[in-house]
Design a protein around this ligand. Structure first.
Ligand code: NAI
Length: 289
């Protein structure tokens, strides 16, 4: 069956209908960005009251964007506001919402059991081609996916707060994620106007970079000019937050203690101990004004 697949050489699912579960800080931001890039979005949460607040929040946020970017084109601005509001519908019934969905992005509470239960239910109700993605910041995507029977169509899409402003999206593939699914998540992120990075590659580069003796400026320039990355590994680490980087590296080190790649980095530990977490605190590997 070809429905839902593009005819390009690398097959990837064309994502048009998106269900976002969880209308909180992250879910509302993802819904806004997906709606403003022409996707049909269903935002799901546990009550109509919460959903009303989410939609109000989205409206306020688009209006702020319009004020900034469309100051001299009020008609185009109004058009964007209307487009976003038209493209977002809401539901308290996740099972019903996923029935016409190409992609489900989950942004509910950070609790493994609750996420697993949600996906186990949705797995039975969503069409076969639907891709599932979690926005989890600290749980293992494989663990979440394990409650479903669509391991090949399951990945991580990790957005950053505030979603409409932050360009970076980490695309996470588990060992079972198919290439097609991974490619679909990468192209979806690009259509959203984001810069997607593959998580595995990013962390390998960051780990190698922090244990390397060349200067951080040289490594960042080499990775940008030589390898075409939008940001060098030190810049990217500052942007993500060194506390988060340390948390993830410590997790990997605990899982694979003998791997020299995950040995403790003195420099990273020192910066985190000094509260220098990167851009958000004004200093990390680099200093910010
Ligand atoms: P939040 O607390 O603002 O929003 C979560 C929403 O999910 C709430 O509106 C809640 O009512 C709803 N919810 C809970 N259980 C539900 C269920 N079973 N079905 C439907 N809706 C449900 O949380 P936030 O900050 O938006 O985080 C969501 C996810 O995104 C978490 O997994 C978090 O780790 C991740 N994340 C958060 C970031 C942040 O900076 N806050 C950054 C990147 C990822």
């Amino acid at each position: 069956v070809r429905r839902g697949f593009s005819s390009s050489a690398v097959r990837s699912v064309v994502i048009k209908n998106v269900t976002i579960i969880g209308g909180g800080l992250m879910g509302a931001g993802i819904a806004q960005v997906a709606a403003s890039t022409g996707h049909s979005v269903t935002l799901v949460d546990t009550s109509d009251d919460i959903l009303k607040k989410s939609v109000k929040g989205i409206e306020g946020s688009v209006k702020r964007v319009v004020k900034k970017k469309f100051a001299d084109k009020p008609e185009a601005g109004e058009e964007l506001i209307q487009k976003v509001l038209q493209n977002v519908s809401t539901s308290t019934d996740a099972g019903l919402a996923v029935r016409g969905s190409d992609l489900v992005v989950e942004a509910i509470v950070e609790n493994l059991k609750i996420k697993q239960d949600l996906f186990a239910t949705l797995d039975k109700l969503a069409p076969a081609h639907t891709i599932f993605a979690s926005n989890t910041s600290s749980l293992s995507v494989s663990d979440i996916a394990s409650s479903t029977s669509r391991l090949d169509r399951f990945g991580g899409l990790h957005f950053f707060n505030p979603v409409p402003m932050m360009k970076l999206v980490e695309v996470i593939g588990t060992s079972a994620t198919s290439q097609e699914t991974f490619d679909s998540l990468m192209s979806f992120s690009k259509v959203l106007g984001k810069t997607p990075v593959s998580c595995k590659v990013r962390f390998t580069i960051i780990i190698v970079a922090v244990s390397c003796h060349a200067s951080k400026e040289d490594i960042d320039i080499a990775m940008k000019l030589g390898a075409g990355y939008p940001m060098g590994p030190f810049e990217l680490s500052d942007y993500v937050g060194l506390d988060t980087i340390k948390f993830i590296m410590d997790g990997w080190s605990a899982m694979d203690p003998d791997n020299p790649l995950f040995a403790q980095s003195e420099l990273l530990n020192k910066l985190v101990a000094e509260g220098k977490y990167g851009k958000k605190t004004g200093e990390g590997f680099y200093k910010y004004k």
